[in-house]
Design a protein around this ligand. Structure first.
Ligand SMILES: [Zn+2]
Length: 479
């Protein structure tokens, strides 16, 4: 066993790597249609809202792909990463995890040109989203080999490199494939670690699991959106995160305060940057100077929280908020301040303004592009659905909402004939405490979890964001 292999094996003895796929679910609508008289529609809606959770099947049942305990959302301890510069002065090589979005827990020198890093999650068990990020530089030009090893995880993200700490996607480049090697476990199935070759100079090199986009970048984007569109974009602070960071709320509208509302949330899960790459053009399309967007804004409102988990994003977490909780499993218990403040704002709109919610989207990232919907939206069995008239009504309403989501996706598919709009009805995950589920059940909004892939071409993500936003506006305006 050579020295590198020995150190890797030492570091890997710390790893318990539960390979768990991220998943989410959702559903949809809000119109009470055929078979129910207009005057009873609002009454029906109230009954459905009041009974939504009672009619749910056990909402605490775990997702198939979640690690154990993810639906227990009371605070869990996290391991705080020590912010520092890792200096190997004799070799003139330096690494740092001091910036927002960094994650580098330990690093060891094998020789002047070879290093091994340990990347750990904030706590475990945790979903398989092993985020890392650091900077590196050298007092004189030197090419180094750096091996990433993981505790409670394995290798997933291909490194992105940049010579500036920019949120501008163009400044980041995926590492050249010849400079990156992934190492499999002995069964040849799981990628446990990876080695990258980095050409270091005295200029800081930024290395990150995905392009870096921190809470500061969300703030800058939101400010710019509001500054560019003062007539209809209002930026405010919805509340404070667990660590006291501002959680930004954006309202987009030229419509009356009680106009139907589209809900958009994003970045509950810190590493899911490609969801942001879809979100930004999606929202910018709703704000565009087009006849369609103008008409949309005169008839609808948009409630947007672009970064639900700024603490997790800035701390380089794999999945959780500062209290160690997966926020997108807290939409039943509402134990965390981030989910609670969004719930409260939306319920206030519903109850004081009598807002109807026309659609809800939660942007995420997973291994491939997919839209999570629910084929059995009510979560009821065939037997349940025949039990009471109310349950039948509930199921019928849920089906209408599902159909609305389906129509949106079918029309988006038509717009991109060479791209496959993949829909996952998540039949194996019939219940869960996700935002989309709550938008569906409680707000009676057609809702979907919009997942962009880890490695999907960034320009394609943008195009689909723009296209699907236009389709949504057309659909809601009945065009
Ligand atoms: Zn996610």
């Amino acid at each position: 066993m050579n020295k590198i292999t020995y150190i890797i094996s030492l570091l890997l003895t710390l790893s318990g790597c539960a390979t768990v796929r991220q998943t989410s679910s959702s559903v949809s609508s809000s119109t009470v249609e055929s078979g129910i008289s207009r005057e009873n529609a609002e009454k029906t809606r109230v009954i459905l809202r009041e009974n939504a959770m009672r009619l749910s099947t056990d909402a605490t049942r775990a997702f198939s792909y979640d690690p154990p305990g993810s639906l227990v959302t009371t605070d869990k301890p996290i391991e705080t990463q020590t912010k520092q510069i890792f200096a190997f002065s004799d070799a003139g090589v330096f690494f740092s995890n001091k910036h927002d979005g960094a994650r580098l827990n330990a690093i060891q020198k094998v020789n002047d040109s070879s290093y091994i890093a340990l990347i750990s999650p904030e706590n475990a068990p945790v979903n398989f989203s092993p985020w890392y990020g650091f900077t590196a530089w050298s007092s004189k030009p030197r090419t180094i080999s750096l091996t990433l090893t993981y505790r409670d995880g394995g290798q997933r993200y291909i490194p992105k490199l940049s010579l500036k700490p920019s949120a501008d996607a163009a400044s980041w480049k995926k590492i050249d494939s010849s400079a990156f090697t992934q190492h499999f476990d002995s069964a040849g199935r799981r990628v446990t670690s990876a080695t990258m070759r980095l050409a270091l100079t005295k200029d800081t090199l930024w290395v990150s699991a995905q392009e870096l986009f921190t809470s500061r970048d969300f703030e800058a984007w939101a400010s710019s959106l509001a500054r560019t569109n003062p007539a209809f974009v209002r930026k405010s602070v919805l509340g404070q995160s667990s660590l006291g960071k501002p959680i930004i709320r954006i309202d987009i509208s030229e419509a009356p305060p009680n106009a139907p509302c589209v809900i958009i949330v994003s970045r509950q899960h810190p590493p899911e940057h490609t969801g942001t790459l879809a979100l930004l053009p999606f929202v910018e399309t709703l704000c565009a100077n087009t006849a369609l967007a103008k008409e949309f804004r005169q008839k609808y409102r948009v409630f947007l929280v672009p970064c639900v988990n700024p603490d997790g994003v800035d701390a380089g977490h794999w999945r959780h908020n500062a209290h160690g909780i997966d926020l997108n499993r807290d939409w039943f218990n509402f134990n965390q301040p981030e989910t609670r403040m969004i719930r409260d704002a939306l319920l206030k709109m519903r109850d004081s303004l009598k807002t109807n919610f026309a659609f809800g989207i939660d942007f995420h990232t997973t291994q491939h592009d997919v839209f999570y919907t629910l084929s059995n939206p009510s979560g009821l069995t065939a037997e349940d659905s025949t039990k009471t008239e109310l349950m039948q009504l509930f199921t019928k309403e849920a089906e209408i909402r599902s159909k609305t989501v389906q129509t949106w996706l079918e029309r988006t598919q038509k717009l991109f004939p060479t791209y496959q709009v993949l829909i996952d009805d998540s039949p194996r995950t019939p219940t869960g405490a996700t935002s989309a589920r709550w938008f569906d059940r409680i707000l009676l909004a057609p809702a979907v979890t919009y997942e962009a892939g880890d490695d999907t071409d960034r320009e394609l993500i943008k195009q689909i964001g723009v296209g699907s936003a236009n389709v949504l506006m057309e659909m809601l305006l009945k065009k």
